[in-house]
Design a binder for this molecule. Structure first.
Ligand code: GLU
Length: 448
């Protein structure tokens, strides 16, 4: 059987970390079984359905790299690029729902009641054979015994969630429904609808919820609950994916850091844990740092350029080898990519702002002739590599009868504007002689 799964978010303007995990589990399951991953936007609630809210979902999934495999082609897409097609929108499938409701009405399985259309629910327990939760027998509540029927189409003509969800899963040939455990209570209705349409239901896999550290349910407002801040703060998407897959799935050998390829290879539903997972921000931060310091140079470069651009620093006007060399001095030095603009911005700003507190300490009158002497020594160099720079600075300090630190601090401040940053001799070499002389001149003028 060819596996077909879907992620079916309702656009709320917000992608919950639990939603991201649901998307990930579906995507992993599809990749593991060489199946198809569908994205379906459940946007029948017109009031909440805005392009912006949809974009939050699309951008988040693209950022995570969870790209969908099919959907109606967009006007200019050829279909040859993944992510160029789709997603499916329920708001564009109104006719399909109407047709299905007609069929139920004509077969006496649905009926009109006060302007709405209701489904004739079976008056008997439904057994759900869930791939994660196991077998669940859903008894009818007292109220359901009285009236188990439920609305399919509201009196204003609006089709409801249960109907659209089932019709879509049916029309899209979904084989496995992997979703949050909060939907387990809807599943009896969904199975009954499939039976009414005389189609075997898909297999269901309800994954346990994500809880806060204190065991409370993670809501929209809880720290870490929304995906957007991770994007804004420059987390590494691969780290988020790695962390999320461990929230409710276990490879059984206690491994934590696992490349995505390996996760794809090993992921399967039987290993999804049945108990609720607790969200641990510290662990996620640790994992993010592990990823950021071991990223391939190209990927580091890509994420770094993106973070700098977000902060208004355009690296495009600099030669690529210069940008690469500059970023190479930052690998393993920042915890988050959002720290990078402050850490490395000086490479791309000819006149970096000088930290005033540091200036008070290091740009003192006695340092003026010292920096001038160092400038002269640098100006005489033909090679400008880290070793030559270090030796020259040490020799100049000796000549001046001061410790190297006396030159190191004002030089760093002059060239970067800050007291912390990449290794000094390396960053000077990357900046190059011309920029370094120019910045030393600016500092000397400033002290004078
Ligand atoms: N639109 C539903 C939600 O966002 C999805 C339900 C499902 O996956 O079947 O919770």
């Amino acid at each position: 059987m060819k596996i077909r799964v879907r992620f079916a978010p309702s656009p709320t303007g917000f992608l919950h970390i639990g939603g991201a995990r649901t998307a990930l589990f579906n995507w992993l399951y599809a990749r593991h079984h060489e199946g198809t991953f569908i994205l379906r936007i459940e946007d029948t609630d017109a009031a909440r359905n805005t392009a912006e809210a949809v974009n939050v979902v699309l951008n988040s999934l693209r950022w995570l790299g969870l790209v969908w495999d099919e959907g109606p082609l967009t006007a200019d897409a050829t279909g040859s690029f993944k992510g160029d097609c789709g997603p499916y929108f329920q708001s564009q499938r109104r006719k399909d729902y109407e047709r299905r409701v007609e069929a139920l009405l004509s077969r006496g399985l649905a009926y009109e009641s006060e302007g709405a259309i209701k489904f004739k629910m079976r008056r008997e327990p439904v057994v759900i054979d869930d791939l994660v939760v196991g077998q669940v027998r859903r008894e009818l509540t007292d109220r359901e015994m009285q009236d188990p029927d439920f609305v399919l189409v509201r009196s204003d003509g609006q089709p409801v969630f249960h109907l659209c969800n089932v019709v879509d899963d049916l029309d899209m040939g979904v084989t496995h429904v992997i979703r949050g455990e909060d939907h387990l209570s809807n599943t009896a209705k969904h199975i009954a609808l499939f039976q009414a349409f005389e189609v075997p239901p898909p297999r269901y896999a309800h994954i346990p919820l994500i809880l806060n550290q204190d065991g409370s349910k993670m809501s929209k407002r809880d720290a870490g609950a929304s995906l957007t801040p991770y994007m804004d703060e420059g987390y590494v998407p691969e780290a988020i994916l790695n962390y999320l897959c461990l929230l409710g799935w276990s490879p059984k050998d206690n491994r934590e850091l696992m490349p995505l390829d390996e996760i794809v290879e090993r992921f399967d539903l039987p290993q999804v844990l049945r108990h609720n997972a607790r969200f641990d921000m510290e662990k996620l931060k640790w994992m993010n740092y592990e990823y950021s310091r071991t990223l391939s140079p190209d990927r580091f470069h890509e994420l770094a350029v993106h973070a700098l651009a977000r902060a208004g620093i355009d690296t495009n006007s600099f030669p690529l080898p210069y940008v690469k060399a500059a970023l190479d001095t930052c690998v393993g030095k920042v915890k988050l990519f959002s720290d990078l603009p402050a850490y490395a911005g000086f490479y791309f700003n000819p006149d970096p702002a000088i930290d005033p507190a540091a200036a008070q300490k290091d740009f003192v009158p006695e340092n003026r002739p010292r920096l001038a002497r160092l400038r002269e020594a640098f100006a005489a160099l033909t090679a400008f590599d880290p070793d030559t720079i270090g030796n020259t600075l040490a020799a100049t300090a000796r000549e001046l009868g001061v410790k190297t630190g006396v030159l190191v601090h004002p030089t760093r401040l002059a060239c970067t504007g800050r007291t912390v940053g990449p290794s000094l001799y390396h960053l000077l070499a990357v900046l190059g002689k011309e920029r370094v002389l120019q910045r030393l001149d600016q500092a000397i003028a400033r002290i004078g």
